[in-house]
Design a protein around this ligand. Structure first.
Ligand code: AHR
Length: 334
């Protein structure tokens, strides 16, 4: 039996998905029941993105869109504007449209069980990208490709151990942590890895931790208030470059020298952070690699053909230190 896709018009699909952009979306016929699509050009991928909170995120979106075009995969792209409920709606729309594969960046880790069960019942494989989910029934998604946030947190702490080894022994090292979106795996993972390494080094004390939601404006606000509250801060560990740029602005307002008066460790490796590292205003930048599009397309192709994929793939990431020679580093592209 041949099943037609459920939507009457592209206009209706646009309405349901709240799509920011999608390419060449045509109605087409599903393969015979139980069959799989073998025509790569015919693959339709529904992708739910969180939003555009940072230059990192914009690059992540671009990577997905460019890779889909390159792979000849039709992309239904939905921007959730930082709301989980919008992501759930988008995923339901993809199910109704009977896409071949669904991929999404979970804004937070929990709360995906129902919608993923619906996808499973509809026979549509789901790929989790960038951030991880916490779910009891692991069979509700096919696999994960994205960043290793726990490792990023460990790398931040390991830098501090090296840095303070080179300084004359002293008293406590007072750390302020600006964390990312509450309940996102990017924030919980970075916090976990950071603490895991520092727990056996009691000299390092996290004196304050607050979420800046991965946003530059919130990084600025938070740092202004932190500088009013605490007289002695040795380190800022910021979960992303956007917030870090806000931190630098707040410090300069107070005529403080970032990177010297306070050691700054940040995650993402946007061009602006690498430039600040070169200027000595940041001491360590941990890369979080946004260029996940090609990997996502490769996995989507396999899933559409009914092939198995690895349970978890971490993209490659580097760490850039203040003592590195970065003169030959190519432009970051974000
Ligand atoms: O999930 C990755 C994080 O999300 C990046 O570190 C941050 O910039 C983005 O908003």
């Amino acid at each position: 039996m041949t099943v037609k896709r459920g939507f009457q018009s592209i206009g209706l699909l646009l309405f349901f998905c709240g799509l920011a952009a999608f390419t060449a979306c045509q109605k087409r016929e599903k393969p015979e029941e139980g069959g799989v699509s073998t025509d790569h050009k015919g693959i339709i991928l529904g992708f739910s993105q969180i939003g555009a909170e940072s230059a990192w995120r914009t690059c992540n979106t671009r990577s997905v869109q460019e890779a889909a075009e390159e792979a000849g995969i039709q992309l239904l792209f939905s921007n959730a504007e930082q709301k989980q409920e919008n992501q759930i709606k988008a995923i339901r729309s993809f199910i109704a449209y009977q896409v071949d594969v669904i991929a999404f960046v979970p804004i937070v880790s929990a709360g995906w069980g129902n919608v993923l069960r619906e996808a499973k019942e509809a026979g549509i494989p789901v790929l989790v990208t960038d951030r991880k989910i916490d779910i009891q029934d692991e069979s509700l998604y096919a696999g994960f490709i994205g960043t290793d946030s726990v490792q990023e947190g460990r790398a931040a702490a390991e830098f501090l151990l090296k840095k303070f080894e080179t300084l004359p022994p002293g008293g406590p090292v007072r750390i302020v942590e600006l964390s990312g979106t509450v309940h996102s795996s990017a924030a919980t993972g970075r916090a976990q890895g950071f603490r895991e390494v520092l727990k056996s080094h009691p000299r390092f004390e996290i004196i304050y931790s607050e979420s800046g939601d991965f946003m530059r404006s919130k990084g600025l606000e938070l740092m202004r208030s932190v500088l009013q509250t605490f007289t002695q801060i040795d380190v800022i560990f910021s979960h992303n470059d956007g917030m870090t740029l806000g931190v630098l602005d707040a410090m300069k307002e107070k005529n403080l020298k970032p990177g010297t008066d306070i050691i700054i460790v940040t995650v993402d490796a946007e061009q602006a952070a690498i430039d600040a590292l070169k200027r000595g205003e940041i001491n360590c930048v941990i890369e979080c690699n946004p260029k996940q599009g090609p990997g996502i397309m490769e996995l989507a192709r396999k899933l559409a053909k009914g092939e198995p994929i690895p349970r978890q793939i971490h993209v490659e990431e580097e760490v850039f230190y203040e003592w590195d020679d970065l003169s030959g580093l190519p432009p970051r592209g974000y």
